[in-house]
Design a protein around this ligand. Structure first.
Ligand SMILES: Nc1ncnc2c1ncn2[C@@H]1O[C@H](COP(=O)(O)OP(=O)(O)OP(=O)(O)O)[C@@H](O)[C@H]1O
Ligand SMILES: [Mg+2]
Length: 241
């Protein structure tokens, strides 16, 4: 469904992406992990149109979308959250979610029919906070709202950049359950970037590991952590030897 191949992207002399690949099917939760600076966020930025790739292909349901602008990619069915929050601070929680829903209803009415804003607010534990200005909510709650808003666009693919950052263990577990139930309910493909490996292992059937701008391994959690290349990146060369 989402197929990304051979993406390169340089910033001046920095090769942030050096032939990066990623795949995510409908109904699949895919992990994207790797050390700081591996290129994970840059890859999401390329896939969602916030950066233009130097080379490579991005296809959604067989249609090539590399280089499209962010709105066009969102309208095509890829939603995202950001490593740093982007919420409309003055708008209420409900309005934040509705803005995304109304855009979807305009452009993809058949998809929007499956979205129920009230049910989404409920699913993300936001019902009691629906009329609260988003900017006045605690950081963790804003993160929940950002995901609910992304889901209000009825995406085929949802990309979450560090959704568990700043959440405690209990909140992280609840986030994992919610992501899984959203997948079960909608059959969206979901790509999750996070440094919390326990969280990633618990929700992802397939994990892509990046280092220095490209994929070094891919597999299910059990196989992956036996791969010496992955151990080397995470624990150091001595552990892998
Ligand atoms: N706009 C930019 N201008 C210059 N260099 C950039 C820019 N964005 C990213 N980079 C560089 O590209 C590389 C990949 O960065 P990126 O943010 O994609 O890594 P990441 O895997 O998301 O890391 P983290 O886990 O810390 O979020 C890094 O060396 C980073 O400094
Ligand atoms: Mg990042």
């Amino acid at each position: 469904m989402l197929s990304v191949a051979g993406i390169t992207k340089s910033f001046g002399g920095v090769h942030a992406l050096a032939g990066a690949d990623l795949e995510c099917s409908a109904g699949e939760i895919v992990g994207l992990i790797g050390p700081n600076g591996a290129g994970k966020s840059t890859l999401v930025n390329v896939v969602t149109g916030f950066l233009k790739p130097d080379a490579g292909t991005v296809s959604l349901n067989g249609r090539e979308i590399a280089g499209f602008d962010p709105q066009r990619i969102s309208d095509a069915g890829i939603a995202r959250t950001f490593q740093n929050l982007r919420v409309f601070r003055e708008l209420s929680v409900r309005q934040n979610v509705e803005v995304a829903f109304l855009r979807c209803r305009q452009l993809r009415p058949e998809k929007a029919m499956k979205v129920d804003v009230d049910a989404l607010l409920e699913e993300f534990g936001l019902t009691a906070l629906a009329e609260t200005p988003a900017g006045s909510l605690p950081y963790g709650t804003q993160r929940w709202m950002e995901i609910a808003r992304a889901m209000a666009t009825a995406p085929d693919i949802l990309m979450l950049d560090e959704p568990a950052a700043g959440l405690n263990n209990e909140e992280t577990e609840r986030l994992g359950r919610t992501i899984t139930s959203v997948r079960d309910r909608t059959s969206a493909g979901i790509v999750v970037i996070d440094h919390d490996l326990r969280f990633i292992n618990s929700i992802c059937a397939r994990i892509f590991v990046m280092d220095q701008g490209k994929q070094i391994a891919v597999g299910d959690p059990a196989a992956l952590w036996k791969n010496p290349k992955v151990v080397e990146v995470y624990v150091g060369p001595d552990a892998a030897a």
